[in-house]
Structures are given as structure tokens and as C-alpha cells.
Design a protein around this ligand. Structure first.
Ligand code: UN1
Length: 525
């Protein structure tokens, strides 16, 4: 089968035949390991390598002896150089008619597509994603660029004629780029979330300085390479690697006109505050965490509910802001649901994600592993661990951060494990008899990203859709209770602590956030 005729992996087409994709991955995984790992990756500024800063080694969470690559922790001087390069290139880009900009951006999507197996394998090795999570993400990144490009076109470049106050007065409304955006991306979806922010900023006519997560520099460098292959003007899009200090140097630099950030609530909030510290407040397009509930009512299809909850709680080891981290189950079906869910969870294969049968790879790092240990200790003390709770050891596990998917019952409703985002394969269970009280409790968290419901009762479904306080709601989805949003299909909008602007990625109002409005009124005698 040719590459082009292989089925595309999305997060939700779980029943498709991916044997051809796996056969190609069987050859790509060793090839990418041999070709790409262990190299030094300098920053890329104005189309040039810049080897500046303290060099650090990045190791794979799959096996800490596997050197992913060497990256430079960028300091203030490098950030300054990158923002100046972007400032120099951006006016020309903004002045380029938007259809021409789109032609180049679409070449970027084509390059991502041509390299998608390499990108997915890099993501698998770097972040420890399963094969299908990694392929799904590569496909999502491609679709994001194409979807936002389509939005630009559908909105005619966001220039529209307005009403006339006088016959000889002509007014138009237009959205214009801000200038240069600093894009700070997370480790968990290093392709899709990076590309989402980068492409939206560029399509809108901005320049970009992009900092991938310090745990995802390799995928970051490959995104940069795809953009260069597409022929984006040098300096318009620059890559600066580094840790939180580098991110801080970006948000403290006065020459950025705005920021795109996806990551934790804590860091997102600090960026919102820092961005207000310059001569004036600057825009920040933020997407932050989640504590996403699923409601399983007495009328639910229990097998479907258990499958959807398992996939959303434990896919990518629970390290998604969309992960389903708490379940409210009706008391009448609680035992049946838990029996099914626990049994299904115990069949999960954990290990090296290069293995075709593995569903859960490792946690990203030691800090996550410590958080898991603390959460399990608290859960054992204050509730009952139904399954999981331990680190895996022995052959294949000792050199990575492998833990068991964990389900906990019996915690008090206001326990911190029911309220805080953990970013771990850790699911808490609460039971209810009154759906309205369950919804009120599910809403009583600082986040509002996604929520799920399993029910065969139309009244219950409507109650869920009317009252759940989250940006993406899913009903009766077997492929995922709270995860699996796709560009142009499900908008990913953070309510409350999960976002700020009330508009989300993947949807029709995202691109506009990288532009500012201007009204042109011209009097013609
Ligand atoms: C994330 O959850 O961190 O909806 C990003 C999903 C994917 C990834 C979202 N589009 O699950």
C-alpha cells in the first residue's frame, strides 16, 4: 500500500485497520532513532543556526539512557536576537497579500504531511506517546494549519465593508496582525499545540519566536525544519530552545506584541501577569489545564461508558489537559460500571510505546512520578485504591517512569485529589443519585475545559448539555469521554481557569485572537 492511501489516524477512528500504518512505523522507528537521536540542535534565528547558551542533554522518558539530543538553554541575548529578527521580517509578511501568505503556509502543512511519520516517531520517542496517539497528533497538526488557512479564506482575510454614514463616506472593518508573538508550547502535544499557535499567528500576519517545551526540543526542531522547507521568509519564524528561564526571558522582553501559551494554570497565570508589565498590557492567547468530569447515569450503556472513560483517563498516561480525571456514576449502576472499568483498565498494556500493543507509555519525568507517588499515598490514606497505585519495576521499566493506571474511590467530595489537576493516569470516582447535584459538584472546580456524559435518557443529556461548565462537551462517545477534539469539528475552548478569552483552539474564532481590529473610514469628495 502506498503511503498516501494509508488511513489517517484520528483519536476517534479506533476501529479502522491501521496495519499498514504499523508496518510503516515498524521501519520508521529504528530509522528515526538512528538518523535523528543524539544530535545537537541549535536555535534557529533568521534561517541560521545559533549555538548559544548552556548545552543540556535531553533523555527519553522511555529509557533514560536514550539520548534524544542536545539543546541550548537560550538566555536573554538569544531571545533578543530572535525577537529582533522577527520584527525585521514581519512588516514584509504583513504587507504580503493574504492569499500569497496562505500559499506559503499551506506548503508548511504539506511539509508536515510529507514528514508525518518522522514527526510522529520523534514524538513517540521524545514524549513516550503510543503509536496511535503520536500518529493522531501529527495528523491533527496538519489539519490545524489547513483549517486555520481555510478560516482566513472563508472570512476574506477579515476585511469587510461596513455601513455608510454618508453617501460619500466609505468604511471598512479589518483585522490586522499585532506584530510579533512569543509562542510557548507544552510537552504533551508538542506537534499539534505548537503548530496550532504558530500557524494561527503566522496566518494572521505576525512574526513568531517559538519556544518548545524543554522536554520536546526535537519535535520543535522538526517543526522548524518543515517551516524552512516550505520557504517561509527567514526571520519570520524563529526557534529558541530552553527551559522556564528562557520562557521568562521571552515574557519579560518588551518587544513582543503578544504571547501564545498552552500549559499549566500556574505558568499561564504568571504569563498573563508578566505580559501586563510592559509599557502597556499585551494580549496573551492562553489555554490552560483541566479537571474534566464524566457523568455516567443509571440509563448509560455501561460498556461504552467504561471504554470511553478508560481511554480518556489513561490515554497518554493522563497527561492531557482534556483527560477525564473524575467520574460521577449513579449509585444504581456504580458496581457494574466499576467492575467493567477496573477489568478493562487491568488489560492495559504499559511499556515502551514502540511496541504495537502498548497503550500507556511512561510519564514524562521524575517530577511527574513524584506527583504520582504523593497522590497515591494521599488516596490510600483518605480513600480506596481500586486498581493501580504503584510504579512498575523490572525489565523494560527500570529506566523509565512507568506507573500503573490508578482508580480511586471513597475520597471526600472536597478532597484536593477531586479538585486539582494532576496530569497523571489517576481517576477518582464519586457516586450520585441526583444528577443536578453531581453537575454542581463537577462544576465546582477552578477549570472548565471538557466534560463527558453517558446516558440514554434525552432529559439527562439535555441537563448535562445545559449545565456542564466546560468548553467541549461529549455525549456517549466510546472513543473518549472527554478527549479527542479535532480541528474544524470540536472547538477546544477553556472556560474559567482553563482559558481567558472565551474562544478556543481548533475552532472558527481562534485565528482572530492573533489580530486586532481597525476601522477605516474614508471621505471621498
Ligand atoms: C490536551 O488535551 O492537552 O482533545 C490537548 C484532545 C486533543 C488534545 C488536546 N485534541 O484530546
Amino acid at each position: 500500500m502506498s503511503r498516501a492511501s494509508l488511513p489517517r489516524v484520528t483519536y476517534s477512528n479506533t476501529h479502522a485497520d491501521f496495519s499498514g500504518v504499523h508496518a510503516l512505523l515498524d521501519t520508521m522507528i529504528p530509522q528515526v532513532t538512528a538518523d535523528l537521536l543524539g544530535k545537537s540542535w541549535p536555535h534557529r534565528i533568521a534561517g541560521e543556526d545559533v549555538a548559544d547558551g548552556v548545552l543540556y542533554d535531553a533523555w527519553s522518558p522511555i529509557d533514560k539512557r536514550m539520548l534524544l539530543g542536545r539543546f541550548y538553554n537560550g538566555g536573554r541575548a538569544v531571545v533578543d536576537q530572535a525577537v529582533k529578527a522577527a520584527r525585521a521580517a514581519q512588516p514584509g509578511w504583513a504587507a504580503t497579500p493574504w492569499p500569497q501568505r496562505l500559499a506559503l503556509i499551506r506548503r508548511f502543512a504539506d511539509r508536515l504531511e510529507a514528514n508525518k511519520f518522522e514527526l510522529a516517531v520523534a514524538c513517540l520517542l521524545e514524549v513516550g506517546k503510543s503509536r496511535l496517539e503520536a500518529m493522531g497528533e501529527a495528523e491533527e497538526a496538519i489539519d490545524l494549519v489547513r483549517y486555520y488557512s481555510h478560516q482566513m479564506e472563508e472570512n476574506h482575510g477579515f476585511v469587510r465593508p461596513m455601513s455608510r454614514a454618508f453617501a460619500n463616506e466609505e468604511t471598512s472593518d479589518r483585522l490586522r496582525p499585532y506584530g510579533v508573538f512569543g509562542v510557548i508550547a507544552p510537552f504533551n502535544f508538542p506537534l499539534a499545540l505548537s503548530v496550532s499557535m504558530i500557524s494561527a499567528a503566522l496566518i494572521a500576519g505576525n512574526g513568531v519566536v517559538y519556544k518548545p517545551s524543554e522536554f520536546a526540543g526535537l519535535t520543535g526542531a522538526l517543526i522548524m525544519r518543515a517551516a524552512e522547507e516550505a520557504g517561509l521568509p527567514p526571520g519570520l519564524f524563529n526557534l529558541v530552545c530552553g527551559n522556564g528561564e528562557t520562557g521568562l526571558a521571552m515574557v519579560e522582553h518588551p518587544e513582543f506584541d503578544g504571547f501564545g501559551f498552552t500549559g499549566s494554570y500556574r505558568v499561564g497565570t504568571s504569563i498573563l501577569r508578566a505580559a501586563a508589565n510592559g509599557a502597556y498590557n499585551r494580549p496573551v492567547v492562553v489555554e490552560m489545564g483541566g479537571k474534566n468530569p464524566t457523568y455516567v447515569t443509571a440509563s448509560a450503556d455501561i460498556v461504552r461508558a467504561a471504554r470511553g472513560v478508560m481511554r480518556s483517563a489513561f490515554g497518554l498516561q493522563g497527561q492531557k489537559c482534556s483527560a477525564g480525571s473524575k467520574v460521577y456514576v449513579h449509585a444504581d449502576v456504580k458496581q457494574d460500571f466499576l467492575d467493567t472499568l477496573v477489568q478493562l483498565t487491568q488489560t492495559i498494556k504499559i511499556g515502551d510505546p514502540a511496541d504495537i500493543s502498548v497503550f500507556m507509555g511512561p510519564l514524562i519525568n521524575e517530577a511527574s512520578f513524584r506527583r504520582f507517588e504523593t497522590a497515591c499515598a494521599d488516596a490510600g490514606r483518605d480513600g480506596h485504591i481500586l486498581t493501580g497505585g504503584k510504579r512498575l519495576s523490572g525489565a523494560g521499566y527500570d529506566h523509565g517512569f512507568y506507573v500503573e493506571p490508578t482508580i480511586v474511590d471513597g475520597l471526600p467530595a472536597d478532597h484536593h485529589l477531586n479538585k486539582e489537576e494532576l496530569f497523571l493516569p489517576f481517576l477518582t470516582i464519586q457516586s450520585f443519585t441526583d444528577l443536578s447535584l453531581a453537575l454542581a459538584d463537577g462544576n465546582a472546580v477552578a477549570y472548565g475545559l471538557t466534560a463527558g456524559c453517558y446516558s440514554q435518557d434525552q432529559g439527562e443529556i439535555e441537563q448535562f448539555l445545559d449545565h456542564a461548565q466546560a468548553g467541549a462537551l461529549y455525549v456517549n462517545r466510546a472513543s473518549g469521554a472527554t478527549t479527542g477534539a479535532w480541528p474544524g469539528i470540536q472547538t477546544f475552548c477553556g472556560w474559567k481557569g482553563s482559558g481567558v478569552s472565551g474562544k478556543g483552539g481548533l475552532g472558527p474564532y481562534y485565528l482572530q485572537q492573533f489580530m486586532r481590529e481597525q476601522s477605516h473610514t474614508i471621505w471621498r469628495d
